[in-house]
Design a protein around this ligand. Sequence first.
Ligand code: NAP
Ligand code: GFB
Length: 364
Amino acid sequence: MQQSQQFQQFQQSSQSDQSNQSNQSNQSSQSSQSNQSNQSNPVSVLVTGGSGLVGSALRGVCGADLKYRFIFASSRECDLTDYEATLQYFRAVAPGAVIHLAAAVGGLFKNMRCKVDMFETNVRINMNVLRACHELGVDKVVSCLSTCIFPDDKAKSGPIDESMLHAGPPHASNDAYAYAKRMLEVQSRCYREQHGRNYVCVIPTNIYGPHDNFHLDDAHVIPALIHKCYLAKQQGAPLVVAGSGAPLRQFIYSRDLALLLIWTLEHYDSGNDRNDSSNGTIILSVDPADEISIAQVVRHIADAMGLDNDIVYDMSQPDGQFKKTADNAKFKRLYGDKFTFTPVRQGIRETVRWFVQNHDLARK
Ligand code: NAP
Ligand code: GFB
């Protein structure tokens, strides 16, 4: 039986498991029987972008789940900008489902500096991955967008939700990346409408954690400042922060997102929200109330690194988007509000410890 058929069958049984779990007593034997068969015949899940920040976090949490056999791919295994190579690699792996994380990714300054690469590389990767999945009959694909792709004027005025995705231009600082990611949402929807494929998209906020890219110019704010703080401490120099420190962000710890990606794989389908206009997309984020300023992030990093040197804000550098507050109501409605997110102070402490312990190995 083809892996993708097997995945559909497996999903039906695990979704019934989820509902069964509610009335444990009389049906436990049934669910454990289907669990045993799923564990003896795990579904193979291909993770593109498997060597990155999120891919590494997924590798860290997937061990316990015997229902799946995860295959983690980096650009060394296959350059996804090359369609023939992608098709050949996917044919060889023959996945039952795909978690599509691979992308050209970077912080504010890389997005402003490398617009052509951010647009073309991401459009090519996404076109090739979904096309190869459809060609090989893969029925479930979970792709990854980002809250920076939402319309900037909506982001300014108040929490953004899934229905607003195409309702205006994104922020100019990352429009190339944003439009490439918006087209991934459109492409997924087209495969749903024309071929009935279960291709869905998650929309995380800013992600951080161990195994991130700590490059001083290309990285996102948390890894960039952890690296700068490490050097400032080493050199006894001030920590220079770009911009005013006033912008606001919601940060999700990579391990939390990894757990929610497995939940999405197993329990979120385009069928779940067929009637609402944001069908097939779901924001994965901490609550709007947990939004913090860049200055608070700096404080957490300096405390975790034990830095007591001066902290200087370089106002000549851009702040980028002031805020992009994401509304996670849909996630809480579908998941229930029992997911405990890692507090950002704790996540930053663990990431600082990881960077200090793995300084030589870290991407930078
Ligand atoms: P990352 O750490 O930069 O990792 C990127 C991954 O993509 C790596 O495994 C890389 O492989 C792979 N990749 C890049 N170009 C490729 C190519 N041409 N062919 C094959 N693989 C290629 O990224 P991340 O932060 O984990 O991001 C994961 C996903 O989350 C992305 O889709 C990103 O857009 C999205 N996202 C990220 C954030 C964030 O704050 N980081 C926020 C929202 C959404 P190599 O190791 O071989 O280069
Ligand atoms: O994480 P970040 O690069 O991305 O920057 P965005 C967040 C904020 O941190 C901005 C400030 O206000 C920066 O001015 N900042 C301060 C710094 N010091 C630094 C530093 O040393 N490095 C960096 N990078 N920032 C990205 C999008 O926007 O969000 C991407 O451009 C992606 O496409 C990502 O979607 C999640 O949050 O501004």
